[in-house]
Design a protein around this ligand. Structure first.
Ligand code: AOS
Ligand code: ZN
Ligand code: ZN
Length: 387
C-alpha cells in the first residue's frame, strides 16, 4: 500500500487554472441570479482568483475570455495579476455571440465571415503575446439543427483551412487547443463533436496543436478515462476543462456529481504522464456557480481535484500491475478501490499546515472577512456572459 508520505512531494506539483467567468454572475436560459460581491471589472475577477490561490496554493493562474475580459492594456493587467501572486493563463476565444456567426464562423460559407472569425483569433494571439499566455483555446459553437441544412463535409474542409491560418500565427512556444463538444447549441450535427474529430484536426496542424477535454462534453455513460488514456498516448491531451454534470453540459463543481469518475480520470492522467512536472496537460476548470457563492465554489472545486489526485496517487501501481498480469481480476479491482476509498482529508490538512497554509482552506476563507468585504464594496457586479 502506498502511504500519504510517499505521495506528498507529487501533490506539491499540482496547478489548477481557474476561469475568470466563474466569478461573474451566471445562470441558465431561464434566469441569471445576481449575487452580492460579484466582480464589476476584470481586475476584480483576478483579485478573486488570487484569493482562491492564497487559501489553497493550488490555483496560480486565471484563464481569460475574449471579449468578456477585454481591457485596453493587457500588459498592465498581467502586472496587476502578478502583483497579486498569480499569472494570466489560457486565452479563450469567442465566436458564439455575434449575429454574423449564426450559421458558422470558422466553417462559414462566406469567406468574409470566416475571415472575421480568423481575425478574432489573431486578436486573441495579440492578447496572448501581451499576457505571456501559452494556450489559445478554441471552442466552436458551430453545427446545424436540421438534416440537409448544411454540407457537413464542406464545413470540415473550411474548418481545417481556418484552423491552419490561425495556427500559423502562433509562436513556437504557443499552443492551439481545440475543444470538442457533442451537441449544444447545435442539436443535429456539431463540427467538432468528439475527441476523434478534434484529434484529426490538431494532428494535421502540427506538434503545438492539442485537444481540450471538457468533462461535461460527452454522452452519458462515455468512458472518459479511456479518451484520456488514448489522447495521452498520442501526445495530444493539451488540457482539461473540469466540471461535473448530471444531464448535459451542466458546468457544476468538479467532483460533485461523480467523484469516482474524477478519480479514474486522474489515475489515467498519472498513468499516462500528463501530471505535474512530467506532463503538459493543463488542469483548467470550466464551471459556473449559478446559485452558490463563487469563491467558495471555486475553493471546493480545486480542493476536490486535489483530493482525488491524492487518492489516485495512492494506487499501489506495482501491486496493480502484478494483479493485472496474473489475470487476478478481483484483486486488481480491490487494489484500485482501496485507493479510491482512502479518506485523505486529515493527511491533506496536516500537509497544508506543514506548507504554511490553513488545514481547511474553505473554513479559513469563510473566517477571513474577504467575502463580507467584497459584498460591502462591490455593487452591480457583471454577468459572466455565458452559462
Ligand atoms: C462550452 O460549452 C465550452 O465548455 C467552453 O469551453 C466554455 O464554456 C466557453 O468557451 C467559455 O468561454
Ligand atoms: Zn469547456
Ligand atoms: Zn461546456
Amino acid at each position: 500500500m502506498t502511504n500519504f508520505a510517499d505521495i506528498a512531494s507529487r501533490l506539491a506539483e499540482q496547478e489548477i487554472e481557474v476561469p475568470s467567468w466563474a466569478y461573474g454572475n451566471s445562470g441558465t436560459r431561464f434566469k441569471v441570479f445576481g449575487s452580492p460581491g460579484t466582480p464589476r471589472t476584470v481586475e476584480e475577477k483576478i483579485a478573486d482568483a488570487a484569493a482562491v490561490h492564497r487559501f489553497t496554493g493550488l490555483a496560480p493562474r486565471v484563464a481569460l475570455h475574449i471579449p468578456w475580459d477585454h481591457v485596453d492594456d493587457f500588459g498592465a493587467l498581467r502586472r496587476y495579476a502578478e502583483d497579486l501572486g498569480i499569472g494570466l493563463g489560457t486565452i479563450n476565444s469567442n465566436t458564439f455571440q455575434d449575429d454574423d456567426y449564426k450559421l458558422g464562423a470558422l466553417t462559414h460559407t462566406d469567406p468574409k465571415i470566416r475571415q472575421k472569425a480568423i481575425d478574432h483569433h489573431f486578436e486573441c494571439i495579440d492578447v496572448m503575446n501581451a499576457t505571456g499566455s501559452r494556450d489559445l483555446k478554441i471552442w466552436l459553437a458551430e453545427g446545424s439543427n436540421y438534416p440537409g441544412q448544411a454540407d457537413m463535409r464542406g464545413r470540415q474542409d473550411r474548418l481545417a483551412e481556418s484552423l491552419a491560418t490561425i495556427y500559423e500565427r502562433l509562436s513556437d512556444e504557443q499552443r492551439l487547443v481545440l475543444e470538442y463538444k457533442f451537441f449544444e447549441p447545435a442539436f443535429y450535427h456539431t463540427d467538432v463533436p468528439d475527441w476523434g474529430t478534434a484529434y484529426t484536426h490538431v494532428a494535421a496542424l502540427g506538434d503545438n496543436a492539442v485537444v481540450c477535454l471538457d468533462t461535461g462534453h460527452h454522452a452519458p455513460g462515455t468512458n472518459i478515462e479511456f479518451i484520456v488514456a488514448q489522447l495521452l498516448r498520442l501526445g495530444k491531451l493539451g488540457s482539461f476543462d473540469f466540471n461535473s454534470r448530471f444531464y448535459a453540459d451542466d458546468d457544476l463543481i468538479v467532483g460533485a456529481a461523480d467523484p469516482y469518475q474524477l478519480f479514474r480520470i486522474l489515475f489515467e492522467v498519472l498513468r499516462g504522464g500528463g501530471y505535474g512536472r512530467d506532463g503538459d496537460t493543463v488542469f483548467m476548470l470550466d464551471q459556473c456557480h449559478n446559485i452558490e457563492k463563487k469563491i467558495p465554489g471555486q475553493l471546493r472545486s480545486v480542493l476536490n481535484v486535489q483530493e482525488m489526485t491524492a487518492r489516485a496517487l495512492l494506487v499501489d501501481t506495482e501491486a496493480l500491475a502484478a494483479a493485472q498480469s496474473d489475470g487476478d481480476v478481483l484483486l486488481a479491482n480491490e487494489i484500485f478501490m482501496d485507493a479510491f476509498y482512502t479518506d485523505v482529508r486529515g493527511d491533506l490538512a496536516a500537509w497544508r499546515e506543514s506548507r504554511g497554509l490553513q488545514g481547511n482552506p474553505m473554513r479559513a476563507y469563510l473566517a477571513s472577512g474577504y467575502q463580507e468585504q467584497i459584498e460591502a464594496e462591490r455593487v452591480g457586479g457583471t454577468q459572466a456572459g455565458w452559462s
